[in-house]
Design a protein around this ligand. Sequence first.
Ligand SMILES: Cc1ncc(COP(=O)(O)O)c(C=O)c1O
Length: 434
Amino acid sequence: MSISRDSSGTLRLAGVSLSEVTAVTGTPAYAYDLGAMAAGARSLKDAFDGRPHLVAYALKANTAGAVVRAFAAEGCGADVVSGAELLVALACGIAPDHVVYNGVAKLDGEIDQALSTGPRGIGAILIESVEEIPRIEARALAAGRVARVGVRLNPSLDLVGATHAHIATGHDRAKFGVPRADAARAVELVEASPRLELVGMTAHVGSHFTTAQPYVDSARVLFGLVQSLRTAGRARSLRFVDTGGGFGVDYRGGEGSEGASAVPQPADFVRAARAAQQEFGLDDLALYVEPGRCLVAPHGVLLARVIQTKVTATGRWLMIDAGMNDLLRPALYQAHHRIVALEGAVDPATAIPWRVVGPVCESSDDFGEHMLPREPPSQVAILDGGAYGFTMASEYNGRQLPVEAFLRDGRILGQTRRAAVASWVEERVRAGER
Ligand SMILES: Cc1ncc(COP(=O)(O)O)c(C=O)c1O
């Protein structure tokens, strides 16, 4: 985490005063430390000890060009889930061979796009159902190409309590992946097609695991399947196994029940998956991982201005100009993000609990209770906002999307523009006009 408070009490990210950032960007605004993101990717790659691998950064966590370019410069690939994300990945310098494409309902046009990219199409289109196989086959035939594909296995693991139900993807009731019972048939159908080449077997069991065990359990189901296919003389064309993303981060900064040291580092997930890969005798295959959150969440903050307070007999609210449209995670997953003042460290002896809420007209527009000074700060930072923040932002309530600022080594490298309210109003008024 590259956030710190200097001796005068000013909060800094990447060495830049966040008050200086808001003076330039206004609020609400995300700020990201690109150097820390790049360093995180490097240390994750080091965990492979030089073995063949791909860190396929999951763009859904943060699609900002500067962020994706930082990962491309570190040799990362990309995990994309739409044609638009694929275009961003390619435009930011990620080679087509280093892209994997997940998605339960890819459009024909998106499959065509994946097939027509580069000399051989992207690295792998990941198949999530038996029904998808003839669709990809037909598009490959139309394109006159052989599609490199992977089969995404649903490992069928009920991980109740291991993560939030909304982000558990590898259980029997989830729409994701090919069920275990259908996996051998899916591989057979792929291998029988002259238009498809099986290059990978993958699984992604869910997001934000704060222990490595569910990840390893899922990897072992995947590796067991690959091992049994190979024993039966199948899956000879495989080049990689992909254990997905889901490496958790410590949103409580060591203050919560998780405890900072209890949440494994991203490299720990990789080492655990590597050990299992060896155990199953699959060391000849490259190991792919698809991390999103862990690479970006800790290195981004959402900056907001305090609009006013409201104190009644029943409550004490601190109302800020960032809302659930800017950062949806608390409303969607009951997620906790720490909130701190931009100027002045909080003195625990005098801090009082404030319920921090946004301006959106929903009761769930609520960032939870936070210990802040009785005399509230004028600006606050919502920490660990680099993942699933801007990418989930919306214009609900006629609000503008937040600005994003990109910091590195003590400098603001650039920022996005805030859309004009007038153009939104004009668009809405015109809607339905002939
Ligand atoms: C298939 C797939 N891969 C990777 C990820 C990234 O997960 P995370 O951001 O938790 O690392 C996701 C997120 O849901 C996903 O669905």
